[in-house]
Design a binder for this molecule. Structure first.
Ligand code: FEO
Length: 383
């Protein structure tokens, strides 16, 4: 760890198949936990129950026979709270620090806490040589979330914020890739709360951020992470370009999407990404949609509606408050094309979405006679 007074006791979970039972994590996951040594000792967060015993071993090694005074609970989602009960069996005299709502959630999750101390924004607890100053961070990404600033170490314990997918040492030189996928899928809905917390944090002298997932950030990596979080929280465009997202049943809509993507590239579009909503990682498709300035949705009609993978994609974009973007549509239908109408209806529920005309309709497969319409759509997307 980066300080004599702060020791890392978190755990990697390299074998996890799906985080939150939905997000692919090919590089695993980590659950971060830290021990702070002042005259008193505070432990910052527990870990996922998959790693309880390993975590308790790490904690015992670092404590080296001493007893912790406090367990700080920043966030009650079970990937962090799931080992609190086991910890209190080993260290029953520890005082648990958490916000009022977090204690309510502990009761709901069946975690019995004998010694509890409710903390709130701006409260301070001195460990003797180190101070815990609490910052409310509601909806990042649950309502009870707190962060802790330790001024003597200029360190912010940021809960889920600034976290990423992957074990602790995954992608040491590319924080943004998996942090972006994590942000938009886990916190994407909460841009306003994230902005409010960024404003609070900007008033502090933070030289190190210690999140609950992913590596500790400092120096240029910290500055870049804050820059990207500011873009993401405002739903601003990070990358000029077009995501072509297609949902194709038998490959004909896919072919049309690939032709469209080629046309965009040939026209000099600065970046073109293409994703198969039936097979590629949905979390990455969500990430790319938020990252880029524009998107074209290519979809087959299905049961007089849209092919379900596209429906899921749009439903998730709506949940995450996708907004402030330009979207084109290509629909396919063999006898009664409906996809364009349904997609438009779903996009109209979102904020500040510009739907590009013309909506292109193909019948069963792309024909030469469809190319002028496709060119017209590309023209409009390039404006
Ligand atoms: Fe890492 Fe919202 O839990």
């Amino acid at each position: 760890m980066y300080s004599d007074r702060i020791k890392y006791v978190g755990c990697d979970d390299a074998d996890l198949d799906l985080f939150e039972s939905q997000y692919e994590v090919p590089e695993g996951m980590c659950y971060n936990s830290y021990v702070l040594f002042g005259e008193k000792i505070a432990i910052m967060d527990a870990v996922d129950p998959r790693k309880t015993q390993e975590w308790l071993t790490h904690v015992a090694l670092v404590l080296n026979g001493r007893k912790p005074d406090y367990l700080m609970v920043h966030h009650m989602e079970p990937d962090h709270s799931g080992s609190i009960g086991a910890f209190l069996q080993v260290y029953p005299e520890t005082i648990v620090l958490a916000g009022k709502q977090a204690f309510q959630l502990m009761t709901q999750f069946g975690i019995e806490v004998a010694n509890q101390q409710i903390i709130k924004e701006n409260d301070e607890i001195s460990l003797g040589g180190l101070t815990l100053r609490f910052i409310a961070a509601p909806m990042i990404h649950w309502p009870e979330v707190m962060m802790t600033y330790v001024p003597e170490e200029k360190t912010l314990f940021s809960a889920d914020a600034f976290g990423k997918f992957g074990i602790y040492d995954a992608d040491p030189d590319d924080w943004a890739c998996e942090a972006r996928r994590y942000y938009f899928n886990i916190c994407g809905k909460y841009g306003q709360p994230v902005t409010r917390v960024l404003e609070k944090v900007a008033k502090l002298d933070v030289q190190t951020i210690a999140p609950l997932h992913g590596p500790v950030l400092d120096g240029e990596k910290l500055a870049e992470a804050v820059r990207l979080y500011t873009i993401w929280a405002h739903y601003d465009v990070e990358t000029e370009g077009v995501l072509v997202a297609y949902a194709s049943i038998h490959g004909n809509t896919r072919h049309a999407a690939e032709v469209l993507a080629d046309m965009l590239r040939k026209r000099g579009c600065p970046k073109v990404a293409i994703t198969d909503l039936t097979r590629d990682d949905m979390g990455e498709a969500i990430e790319d949609a938020f990252r880029m300035s524009k998107m074209v949705l290519c979809c087959a009609t299905y049961d007089m509606d849209i092919f379900p993978p596209m429906h899921l994609f749009l439903h998730e974009l709506g949940l995450k408050l996708y907004q402030n973007r330009t979207v084109g549509i290509l629909e396919n239908g063999s006898w009664a094309p409906q996809a364009g109408r349904i997609i438009k209806g779903m996009l109209e529920q979102m904020k500040d979405i510009t739907i590009v005309e013309p909506v292109v309709t193909i019948k069963s497969s792309l024909h030469d006679s469809d190319l002028p319409a496709l060119e017209a759509l590309v023209d409009a997307m390039m404006k």
